[in-house]
Design a protein around this ligand. Structure first.
Ligand SMILES: Cc1cc2nc3c(=O)[nH]c(=O)nc-3n(C[C@H](O)[C@H](O)[C@H](O)COP(=O)(O)OP(=O)(O)OC[C@H]3O[C@@H](n4cnc5c(N)ncnc54)[C@H](O)[C@@H]3O)c2cc1C
Length: 402
């Protein structure tokens, strides 16, 4: 019997990989640490490249059904409450990139992937199965679980996120880098969103050392709020509840309209954001990394999940052609993915510095440069990112000035 490909982690990246491989005729076994498969109840922005990946995975229609199709990406000055720039996501955008830009509920998106995996005979899902390490010989790889159980497969994909145990062994590059940026998340019913701000847009209010993002979700039933304060937080945090007063503290200096959004938030949870420098080696024989385990990034280009989806499509493409040599297929997969994802990792940091959080002359320069761009120029700037389906590894075209 042919051994399955083992996938550590059943997040968006792990499930997409399982589905993609299964569709190429490859049996997969997903090993998920948590006792239940799922995602947090917040929103996520998806560029056209994510929809190219959904199409490749055969779930394009289901993913499109979940989406709210926003009209614009809007950049606001959080101090003056004036619009700096607006990127239209209209027919011209869709015609240029072949797919829409949209926002979806994470849980619902994960649910689409999960339903497709559950319906596929070649995908097996196991929960309460934390991978702690692996060993391999020339013919197979064996993952060790926290319970001590050993599970053998033909390859192992580490899709186990920011704190990946597979990466710890494969790359051995220590803990992720703490950015010092604290992100607070809340979801509020649409009727509680200030009426003046019920925009059909992904809106970013950029201010000194802080920013606010909001957009409608779930067929306009609610609004997603993601607000970030660069408070030099020293330790990583993931999803801990936090008081409203603590959130508000970072936004005293922004315009009243922007602060109103903060006042509407409730049941806040916070994350201290981490990322890593890009690396070239994502593989070790029959083991490879995918998604945040391979290229964790700050969320400032809204691309972490999009990159994980692209990884899955590329991995399936390579493994589907691998024959008896999975190690070679994994190396080809990494070679096609590493520079594109490296660019997104590094550029996400730069966007945080130069667009999201500057002040004084730096902010005035941002406003002037960004306000001067036409929609066509914006489209040229993002063409390397949104125009690719992840298979071609595009990283070298288009402007880097965002
Ligand atoms: C505030 C914020 C906003 C964001 N906004 C966007 C956005 O708008 N657009 C976008 O594209 N991306 C966005 N991202 C990034 C995106 O959320 C991630 O890049 C994406 O979820 C990564 O998916 P993944 O499957 O690689 O990892 P994860 O989602 O972290 O999944 C990893 C899975 O592995 C499991 N696991 C962990 N350790 C083990 C183990 N040892 N063994 C087995 N299982 C294990 C975990 O329980 C989890 O289920 C945002 C991130 C943040 C923090």
């Amino acid at each position: 019997m042919t051994l399955p490909v083992l996938i550590a982690g059943g997040g968006i990246g792990g499930l997409a990989a399982a589905l993609g491989l299964a569709q190429k005729g490859i049996a997969t076994l997903v090993l998920e640490k948590a006792s239940q498969l799922g995602e947090i109840g917040a929103g996520i922005q998806l560029g056209p490249n994510a929809f190219h990946a959904f199409d490749a995975l055969g779930i394009g229609p289901a993913a499109r059904d979940l989406a709210v199709y926003i009209d614009n990406l809007r950049l606001m000055d959080a101090l003056t409450a004036e619009e700096i720039a607006r990127i239209p996501l209209d027919e011209a955008f869709r015609a240029r990139f072949g797919n829409p830009y949209a926002v979806v509920h994470r849980g619902a998106l994960h649910g689409v992937l999960l339903a497709a995996c559950e319906a596929h005979e070649r995908v097996t899902l196991r929960t309460s199965a934390a991978v702690t390490g692996y060993a391999q010989d020339g013919t197979s790889v064996t993952a060790t679980l926290a319970s001590g159980e050993a599970v053998t497969g033909r390859a192992l994909i580490g899709a186990d996120g920011l704190w990946s145990a597979v990466r710890a062994q494969l790359a051995g590059d220590g803990a992720p880098r703490v950015s010092g940026h604290t992100t607070y998340r809340s979801v509020i019913p649409t009727e509680e969103m200030p009426e003046a701000l019920r925009w059909n847009a992904a809106t970013l209010w950029a201010g000194p050392r802080c920013h606010i993002v909001h957009y409608p979700l779930s067929n306009w039933k609610e609004f997603n709020l993601v607000v970030t304060y660069h408070n030099d937080a020293p330790e990583p945090v993931a999803g801990k509840p936090v008081s409203h007063e603590e959130v508000a503290r970072g936004f005293d200096h922004v315009a009243p309209l922007a602060r109103e959004v903060i006042e509407k938030g409730r049941d806040w949870k916070h994350w201290v954001l981490c990322d890593r420098d890009p690396i070239l080696d994502w593989t070790d024989g029959r083991a490879a990394l995918l998604g945040d385990a391979a290229h964790p990034m700050l969320q400032y280009m809204a691309q972490g999940a999009c990159m994980a989806l692209e990884d899955a499509v590329c991995l399936a493409d390579e493994m589907g052609r691998a024959g008896e040599d999975p190690a070679r297929a994994l190396e080809s997969y990494a070679a096609r993915r590493r520079l594109r994802t490296a660019r997104v990792q590094l550029q996400s940091r730069e966007v945080g510095t130069h667009v999201y959080h500057p002040e004084g002359a730096h902010a005035a320069l941002r406003n002037t440069i960004m306000a001067a761009k036409t929609p066509a120029e914006w489209y040229d700037t993002v063409a390397w990112l949104y125009g690719s389906n992840g298979l071609d590894g595009t990283c070298a075209t288009g402007g880097a000035d965002t």
